[in-house]
Design a protein around this ligand. Structure first.
Ligand SMILES: Nc1nc2c(ncn2[C@@H]2O[C@H](COP(=O)(O)OP(=O)(O)OP(=O)(O)O)[C@@H](O)[C@H]2O)c(=O)[nH]1
Ligand SMILES: [Mg+2]
Length: 322
């Protein structure tokens, strides 16, 4: 099953930045100065390594927009859409009128070719100080039109709100179709967590940096994620903001002191402080394991690494990477 996502909006609204931020795990600074998108750009992604997503990112310059509604292109663009994002730059009041106009065209085409698509208007660049509020945008877009079933959300690549919104929407879509696979992965991680009394074991998709599944020791579950833990995970390119992962704050502070242990294997990085270890291990070109664990001696670390080697084939099989 491939999920088709359609992104439209006026030029410079932030569509390409937004989608690459979420699905390629890149931060705002890495995405500055992207060239304008020429016509329709399609890309395939593996969201959380669990589902295939086909993104239609449509350049928003006027000459392109006009083309999308011609008989030749309309069907191709607007058919089989699961989620439609209309991206509006909330800092650009002068173009709101145009944005509303083209949104309504797109809305009609969607109703014709993908009547079941989820329709979302993003009040994007919400980090800007001078902006139109989401509620005002909603009023303006709705006008006299009820726009049944259209949801409005604020979004920003700078504040990570964009990642939260897009992931929420995508997670809901895959919740039902991927339940069994997710449960199977979860079970494997839970067993390992229990066996070694680990604090956190997370399986991560390297493309988007997002968690595929995680297992957290019960005593940590109630703690809220700290800012420092978040920063540390970001340093490791793990995007956890949307997950209720908790981490011991002390581990992160200790990490700053830069104690650092080399592992025997090249694809593993181990950070050690006293008896606490943070392990980041690539188990595949596309997948890593992140582990926070307390280990009394190197022998039990060896044992833990052996257990990881044992479960790896199963995990890869469930993720269809074998
Ligand atoms: N402040 C702020 N700027 C953003 C945000 N997202 C994107 N931008 C900026 O908006 C500008 C346009 O971004 P693009 O992603 O190229 O816009 P686009 O909608 O793909 O434009 P076209 O391809 O021409 O349709 C860039 O300078 C981005 O850095 C955001 O969340 N906040
Ligand atoms: Mg673009």
């Amino acid at each position: 099953m491939v999920l088709k996502i359609l992104l439209l909006g006026l030029n410079s609204a932030g569509k390409t930045t937004l989608i690459r931020h979420v699905l390629e795990g890149k931060e705002f600074e890495e995405l500055e100065n992207l060239p304008p998108t020429e016509g329709v750009k399609t890309d395939e992604y593996r969201y959380r390594r669990l589902v295939e997503i086909s993104v239609f990112d449509c350049g928003g310059q006027r000459q392109f927009l006009e083309g999308y509604f011609t008989e030749r292109m309309e069907r191709t663009i607007f058919s089989n859409v699961r989620v439609f994002f209309w991206v509006t730059d909330v800092g650009d009041r002068d173009k709101l009128n145009q944005s509303r106009f083209w949104f309504k065209q797109a809305f009609n085409s969607l109703k014709k070719f993908s009547p079941d698509a989820k329709i979302i208007v993003l009040a994007h660049k919400y980090d800007l100080k001078d902006k139109i509020s989401k509620d005002d945008l909603k009023k303006y877009f709705k006008d006299k039109d009820p726009l049944q079933g259209v949801s409005f959300y604020t979004s920003s690549v700078k504040t990570k709100a964009a990642r939260r919104i897009l992931c929420n929407v995508l997670n809901k879509l895959i919740e039902k179709t991927e339940t069994v696979r997710m449960k199977n992965i979860q079970n494997i991680l839970n067993k390992l967590t229990k066996r070694h009394d680990a604090k956190v074991i997370m399986l991560i998709n390297k493309d988007d940096g997002l968690e595929i599944a995680s297992s957290i020791s019960p005593e940590l579950e109630t703690k809220i994620i700290t800012k420092e833990a978040t920063e540390f995970l970001q340093y490791l390119s793990i995007k956890t903001l949307i997950y209720p992962l908790s981490m011991a704050q002390e581990l992160v502070q200790e990490f700053r002191k830069n104690k650092f242990l080399k592992s025997k294997s090249l694809n593993t990085t181990i950070y050690k402080f006293d008896e606490e270890y943070l392990i980041l291990k690539d188990i595949h070109k596309f997948v890593s394991l992140f582990v926070a664990i307390s280990i009394p001696n190197l022998r039990s670390l060896d044992k833990f690494e052996q257990d990881i080697a044992k479960i790896t084939p199963n995990l890869l099989e469930i993720l269809k990477l074998k």
